[in-house]
Design a protein around this ligand. Sequence first.
Ligand SMILES: *[C@@H]1O[C@H](CO)[C@@H](O)[C@H](O)[C@H]1NC(C)=O
Ligand SMILES: *[C@@H]1O[C@H](CO)[C@@H](O)[C@H](O)[C@H]1NC(C)=O
Ligand SMILES: *[C@@H]1O[C@H](CO)[C@@H](O)[C@H](O)[C@H]1NC(C)=O
Length: 538
Amino acid sequence: MAPVVDYSLYLVTDSTAAILGQRDLGYVVSEAILGGVTLVQYRDKTIDSGAAIEVAKKLLSICNEHGVPLLINDRIDVALAIDCAGVHIGQDDMDVVTARKLLGPNKIIGVTASSVEEADKAVRGGADYLGIGTIFATPTKANTKSILGVHGLRDILAHLSEQSETHHHIPTVCIGGINASNLQRVLYQSFTPSKPLDGLAIVSAIVAAPDVRESSRQLRRLIRTPPPWALLPIPTEHSEWSKTASTQALLDSIPLAIRTVTEKKPISHNMTNFVVQNFAANVALSTGASPIMSTNGHEAPDLAALAGGLVINMGTATPTSLENWILAVTAYNAAGAPVILDPVGCGATAPRRATLRDLLAAGYYDVIKGNESEILTVARVSGVAGIEAIQQHGVDSGASGLDLDGKAEVVRRLAGRERNVVVMTGVVDVVSDGVRTYAVSGGHEYLGMITGSGCSLGTVLAAFLAGNRGTGDKLAAAVAGIALFGVAAKRAGGREEVRGPGTFVPAFLDELFLARKDIVAGDEVWKKMVDIQAKVPS
Ligand SMILES: *[C@@H]1O[C@H](CO)[C@@H](O)[C@H](O)[C@H]1NC(C)=O
Ligand SMILES: *[C@@H]1O[C@H](CO)[C@@H](O)[C@H](O)[C@H]1NC(C)=O
Ligand SMILES: *[C@@H]1O[C@H](CO)[C@@H](O)[C@H](O)[C@H]1NC(C)=O
């Protein structure tokens, strides 16, 4: 039996000048261990065996001194020569069965896997752990045959958890572009209750760091801390929330959520859509939020620190938009401040789908809000399984869209995959956090006849999530924002002077303001204007 190993912070070395620079590898490894690295792999694809053995011997004595195991990448001869803990082999290297014959049963053999097939094969061959990757594209590894992304990683973990005991128990780490800015998201979004990752393999975020010990310490701290935007507790199919999806409790929480926004006046920072700017800003003001318009990503860290919410609206994307959006989502994620993704028209063209893919890979979105076709596009890009089957079953008679159960299923699966809240807007809005799913109806038909109503709902959601961060319940905050929006529309549409969409607009702004005041004051008439139904998966 190979020894029990702590895989949590796994250093993979890189001796190339671009990463290691002029530093001594032994120094880097010992600093990394002092900072908290728990396992080291010596990787150098170009060095010849004699020189590799010299370096490996030196690393082994450093590792031994601190009681940390050393593995050698690919070079079984080197591992045998210095008698270290084991090897790590890639798909292009020797196969695991042959490696085992050479190394015997007591050495660790790790295998790279970038698909479920490769993972299965490695487990059957007797691997001791799997290195799953590549997660993100990196400049260090030019030959990255498959970029898995966080979702690809989660698919492999989910697959392993459903196979034999051996599959289920094999330790797993992930590798490829992991650093301090994406580590918590990788752990959070790849989390499968029955098969959590055992560790993260890190190359340049340690080897190329200006202060190796401090960077290792920071990475170790981040591994142990839930991300600042995490839902507590993380909803899973097994959590209490799924059983107690009480609609009454949700309804009862709405006035407080609205009052909190009114009191905190959170910033709703939108990066967008020039078409609807004025209207959306007015909606934000009437809702009690403070709108800010800034498309400059470099301003985002300062704005994120003000604890507001960010809306990324893909409506009027320009070639520089993506870069600014990524700067902004990174800053808001780091601050734990909510980000709303409004993927307007994301399915319309190939460049928009590519932009959507890049955005999803670059950050975490607390809420993704879109209409039916937009959410279906996001679900496909995110890799949600079974969309076609839902579409075949759930088509509304006559209309081209999904029926309510179909919508609820798509929204639930996408939210479960992204570990966030998804809102599908329509005559009935469907909202889910992957566990609890609700259909919210109300509003007024005029809302669908004016430009900017969808975009301004994004602004409202940002304000409600930012204002209600303290509760940890993003779904309830989103539902409260949607409910206020709907109640205001209903009240506006029912006004005597409102004759159509044109007169509706000012009345709607008035009613956002007035309905909010009434609800906060304890008036209960609003409860008759909005209907919230729990949708339980069939
Ligand atoms: C972290 O890694 C990602 C993906 O590889 C990269 O895009 C980003 O620039 C890195 N961040 C830092 C601070 O190095
Ligand atoms: C964003 O905020 C700015 C500043 O108040 C406002 O002018 C703009 O209309 C808003 N846009 C959207 C889409 O929310
Ligand atoms: C969704 O919104 C997009 C962009 O605003 C629009 O082109 C599309 O027709 C809408 N689709 C549905 C199903 O409402």
